[in-house]
Each structure stands twice: as C-alpha cells, then as structure tokens.
Design a protein around this ligand. Structure first.
Ligand SMILES: [Zn+2]
Length: 335
C-alpha cells in the first residue's frame, strides 16, 4: 500500500502536469542589457546599457509578453533616435520569444532599407544571424529565409512592409505589430477602408489580450496626428527626468492657458513656460541618466499606454546636481 491513496495520487499528478516546465520569459529590457553590442560607428559603442537611455526601459517592458499591456504609443521628437526601443523589442520577438510579427513604416523605400540594413545590423549585434533561416524542411530548398520584406527564423516570421501598401491590407495573423513613422502616412486609406492603423491592428485580432501593438510617430500638427490621437486614448504619460536637485519625482501642470510648469514634489524646484510641452522640454534638458520616471496624467485600463517624450538630452549635465537652485530659476525665466 502506497503512502497516498489512488485518488490523492491522481490529484497530485494533475497538479504536477499543469505546473510550468519553462522558465518565465525575461522582460525585454533585462534581455537586451549587456547583450546587444553597438558597433564602433555608433555614438555609444560597446554593450547596450539601459541606463544610457532610461526612457526606453518602460517602453520595452510594456512590450514584453508578461506585461498585460496591449498597445504602446510613443510620441517622439523628430530628431532624436528613439527607434532603439522598438528595434530591441522586434529582435526579442525574433530571438528570445520567437513569434510571427509585422513591421510597417511610412514608405516602400524606408521599409526596404530597414529590412536590408537596419534590422539585420540589430540581429547581427545580438549574435543572432544564424537563427535567420528558411522555414522549410526541404533539403533542396535554396531559400535563405532572408529577403528585404520577410525574415524567417526558427519559430516565427517577421513581415516588413509599407503601412499603406496592398500587402498591408492582406489577411495576416501576427502576434505583434510595430508601426513606425505613423505620421508620415495619410491616416485614411484611399480605398475607403478607413484608417490604415485599424486595418493593421486587425491582423493581431486572434491573439486577444496577448497581442502587442507598438505605434511610434512624431506629430507635426497634433490636431491631425494619428500618433497623438492614439496617445490620447492611452494614459497620456509625459516623460520627465527626475529633479536635478534632489532626484525627486516631477509632475507637469497647466496653470493657465499661457502658463504651465514642471514642479518637483520633493523640493519645489520649478520650470515655467507658456505651454506644457515647452515646460517639459526645458525641464528635460537636465537629463540624469540614473533615473527613469514617467507619470500617467490619466488613469487608463492598463492595456493602452501612451508616452510622450520631449527633447531628451542623452548627455548628462555635470553641473546639474551642484548648480544652485536660483540659477535654475533664472535660466527658466530667460526662456
Ligand atoms: Zn527636487
């Protein structure tokens, strides 16, 4: 006679069968840390460190499989290279958590350059080129799995296209879509199918709450910007670097129609400007790479997250922490 009754044994075996057999997947920021090697031609060569561009951390982790977030919108300034977070997430869904995914950008030319060069450099920098291989069991196949508009890899495929191409409207079933340069495209299709973004979102429908949509754009006019529209549907985060004096958490408030300010909750340091965006831009010029904070303006449902990032200086200002607060006020008043 055994230690357990037959019923107990069955019960325990059922628990064991349903127990996870795989390690929980790492978040994207943790996965890329120290792993991606930036080339000597890059401004910051060597291993990737999240602390260099901390505003990428939350964005990447929202795009991670475990986050519960389904849509991440990033309104980014035009001249700042902020596509690295998106590149890292795409590489993650190719190498670490292989899935069928889609990348779309404003034009065929941009898509081709991205497919031929940009993403291949990222995969190479992660030592993943050998994972790009045709998804075929035929020994005679000469396909390499590597074309401008499609990358096949073990466990998945990356489709690359222009946002408004015919190909983008064809039926697809993808887990994640990455839309870049969203404001470089006319919002509504000429063929009467509505917004191109909604057509692309539809490709993820089968994935339900596990789908991931990343939407990046640089609005020129907020009123007509799709990025801005989707950002408003999220929780409207504005990225603020921590207070240069005390490291405290800052928040932005519109005081009147002609006066807004960023204010430190801890030491009351302040930067004023005519608009919220100008106040944030002025505040963020004092970047401190050791911290990351973003404050949601509105409470959302946790599924749609929106980031606004205004002119971040990657170079830390050495005098930030030491300069007297009075000087800070003076500079603010000069604007
Ligand atoms: Zn402070």
């Amino acid at each position: 006679m055994g230690f357990f009754s037959v019923a107990d044994q069955d019960f325990l075996l059922k628990i064991l069968e349903s127990a996870p057999t795989q390690k929980p997947t790492e978040d994207i920021a943790a996965w890329v840390e120290g792993r991606r090697i930036l080339p000597t031609s890059s401004p910051i060569p060597g291993p990737w460190h999240n602390a260099v561009a901390p505003y990428n951390i939350d964005i990447m982790n929202d795009l991670s499989p475990n986050s519960g977030v389904q849509r991440v919108v990033v309104m980014k300034p035009r001249k700042v290279g902020l596509t690295t977070a998106m590149e890292n997430a795409i590489a993650y869904y190719m190498l670490a958590c292989p899935s069928v995914i889609l990348y779309a950008t404003a034009s065929e030319d941009l898509a081709q350059d991205w497919g031929d060069n940009k993403i291949m450099n990222v995969i190479e920098s992660l030592g993943g080129l050998d994972k790009i291989t045709a998804n075929t069991t035929s020994a005679k196949s000469r396909r390499t799995g590597n074309t401008s508009d499609k990358k096949e890899f073990i466990g998945g495929t990356l489709y690359i296209m222009s946002s408004q191409s015919k190909r983008a409207r064809r039926q697809l079933d993808v887990r994640a879509i990455f839309l870049d340069e969203v404001d470089g495209v006319t919002a509504v299709t000429t063929t009467g199918e509505g917004k191109f973004t909604e057509i692309l979102f539809g490709h993820t429908a089968a994935w339900g709450t596990k789908r991931k949509i990343a939407l990046f754009g640089s609005p020129t006019v907020h009123e007509t910007s799709l990025t801005h529209e989707y950002w408003l549907q999220g929780d409207c985060r504005k990225f603020l670097v921590p207070c240069p004096f005390c490291g405290g958490k800052a928040h932005v408030r519109k005081y009147t129609d002609w006066l807004s300010f960023v204010h430190c909750n801890k030491c009351d340091a302040e930067r004023k400007a005519e608009t919220e965006d100008k106040a944030i831009a002025a505040w963020n010029k004092r970047a401190n790479p050791d911290f990351n904070c973003s404050e949601a303006d509105t409470t959302g449902d946790g599924k749609c997250i929106g980031y606004q990032i205004n002119s971040i200086d990657d170079e830390p200002h050495d005098k930030c922490k030491d300069c007297p607060k009075s000087q800070f006020y003076e500079e603010a008043n000069d604007d």
